[in-house]
Design a protein around this ligand. Sequence first.
Ligand code: G3P
Length: 226
Amino acid sequence: MKTPIIIINFKTYKESTGDNAVKLAKQIEKAVKKTKANVAIAVQAVDIEKVVKSVDLPVLAQHVDPDDFGGHTGKVLIDSVKKAGAIGTLLNHSEFKLSKSVITKTIKHCKDKNFEVVLCVPDSDKAGSYAYYSPDLIAVEPPELIGGGVSVTTKDPSIIKHTVEKVYKVRRIPVLCGAGIHEEVDVSKSLELGAKGVLVASGVVKNKDPYSETLSLIRGLSVLNV
Ligand code: G3P
């Protein structure tokens, strides 16, 4: 994925599930087509195929498991979501925490299968320690700010700077930030603080006008003249 980027996580809201996932993706695509912005969406595994067929946006899974074909009831295979059209996945979201061994194994499997990983972490220390495993992007999100109305860029700007510093000490993996992002200034501020984009959910998904909200977030990227 190219940066700077906005990744919109559909989560499991009613407004972003099933047919609504397709409708929402089309609104987002309409906003993206007016610009040259990089915008990806992370949708539920069962919605990937129909969303991929409906819009021209990079689509991510929200989670994958490190299992191969075989007896693994209920697991989400990298091969399956890739076949459905996903180009990568979120991993270790605060709402779907994984152990270190599962995270490192999954990153390795994704790399082997040429499948991108956006690793979510709750703080800068974890970001620094997981940078050694080379996920494609690292997204820092303070869990207590997720789903709220106050952006991480306002409430905890230092976490973004510290995360970038700790990750870059290991290697230059682009860092995103997320939690409470809902307006243009949240995106521009995140870039000023050293992030290469944002991870956002409710600001777009729960918005009455996701098209205008997406456009407004995209405007926040213009600090880098995109
Ligand atoms: O994955 C993005 C997310 O956790 C942030 O959620 O609703 O605060 O934008 P939200």
